[in-house]
Design a protein around this ligand. Structure first.
Ligand code: GTP
Ligand code: MG
Length: 218
């Protein structure tokens, strides 16, 4: 994967040029290296999976349009490198993101222990109202599980995050994670336009097109 890509390049240029959508959301996938971020995105966007591990270099993205409640949402999904040495590059992309998939591997206690640090990165580098889904990936490896579901659910509740366990390999809860993230972003937007939250200027920079005047009709 490239170190960083121009959103208007290659195949995505054609996808990005697709104007038949109601809203555009910029999302980021973050978490330790090898938890399955790239695999999760490929499963969602391309319906594919490979067991080969090619660690992401820098950052890349894919575009996918989904339908929720009779509205079309164009998702620009950024896949970040988990390796520490790319942290400066990847955190630069947090600003303007409307939602995060914070991923750990249920067979890796280390990746789960890092969740708090990743949450701090979100708080430090993103706009205040970004929505987060905590995702415990590799659910197909139940026999090797190191992170109990209850521990992760408790942490997610403490942090105010949604929570799913999932498998990119077996295609379990992949679409559901993205659907939930779209739903909670919509809920937050509705609260914002109703005056319950204070949207920042960054909100508009997050790729939101066509901000609804009276809620997003979700
Ligand atoms: P970085 O790019 O280094 O940050 O890693 P990543 O989080 O993008 O990990 P990646 O998607 O490249 O996956 C790492 C390894 O885990 C690969 O060998 C994948 O095939 C494997 N993997 C990913 N998701 C799953 C899953 O749901 N189940 C199983 N069993 N393996 C998975
Ligand atoms: Mg990757």
């Amino acid at each position: 994967m490239a170190l960083a890509r121009d959103p208007e390049a290659g195949q995505e240029q054609r996808d990005s040029a697709d104007q038949s959508f109601d809203y555009m959301f910029k999302l980021l996938i973050i978490g330790n290296s090898s938890v399955g971020k790239t695999s999760f995105l490929f499963r969602f966007a391309d319906a594919s999976f490979t067991s080969a591990f090619i660690s992401t270099v820098g950052i890349d993205f894919k575009v996918k349009t989904v339908c929720r409640n009779d509205k079309r949402f164009k998702l620009q999904i950024w896949d970040t490198a988990g390796q520490e040495r790319y942290r400066t590059i990847t955190t630069a992309y947090y600003r303007g993101a409307m939602g995060f998939l914070l991923m750990y591997d249920i067979t890796s206690q280390e990746s789960f222990s890092a969740v708090q640090d990743w949450a701090t990165q979100i708080k430090t580098n993103s706009w205040g109202n970004a929505q987060v889904v905590l995702v415990g990936n590799k659910l197909d490896l139940e026999d090797d599980r190191k992170v109990p579901t209850e521990d992760a659910q408790r942490l997610a509740t403490e942090l105010g995050f949604q929570f799913f366990e999932a498998s990119a390999k077996d295609n379990v809860n992949v679409k559901q994670v993205f659907d939930k993230l779209v739903d909670v972003i919509c809920e937050r937007m509705n609260e914002s336009v109703n005056g319950d939250a204070s949207p920042s200027a960054n909100h508009k920079e997050g790729g939101l097109k066509d901000i609804p005047r009276s809620g997003c009709a979700c």
